[in-house]
Ligand binder design. Structure first.
Ligand SMILES: [Zn+2]
Length: 128
């Protein structure tokens, strides 16, 4: 499991370093489901996979250049200032960027919930 996601990361990183500030290194391309469940990776630069494996990666915040090792939940914790994520909140976000980040996150969560709802509904159809 972790080895396959790591190889996805390698493939994705190869094409990512072009451009100045715009191109962002992402741990994986959009996979199953056809939508992006983790849009906030766009706001950090992934610099490598962590030795501890799992979903952990080395990444650096695009706004305050803070270097963090951790999974997507820490990216969210940093950018959305979620407490108890093991990471401090970003101090360099303008109100506008905060709004954008929050919207991207909310959209992703909403689409995730819709997909779960569809799965549940499909299940019920099979049962009845
Ligand atoms: Zn930051």
């Amino acid at each position: 499991m972790s080895s396959s996601s790591f190889s996805t990361f390698k493939v994705a990183s190869r094409s990512a370093v072009k451009g100045k500030g715009k191109a962002v290194l992402r741990p994986s391309q959009i996979q199953l489901g056809g939508f992006d469940e983790s849009p906030l990776w766009n706001h950090v630069k992934v610099t490598g996979g962590a030795a501890s494996g799992g979903g952990n990666r080395h990444w650096m915040c695009n706004y305050c250049n803070k270097k963090v090792t951790g999974s997507y939940s820490k990216v969210k914790g940093h950018l959305l200032a979620i407490p108890l994520c093991g990471v401090t909140a970003c101090k360099n976000l303008s109100a506008e960027i905060k709004k954008t980040i929050k919207k991207e996150h909310d959209d992703a969560e909403r689409r995730k919930n819709i997909r779960i709802l569809e799965l549940v509904t499909a299940d019920k159809k099979l049962v009845t």
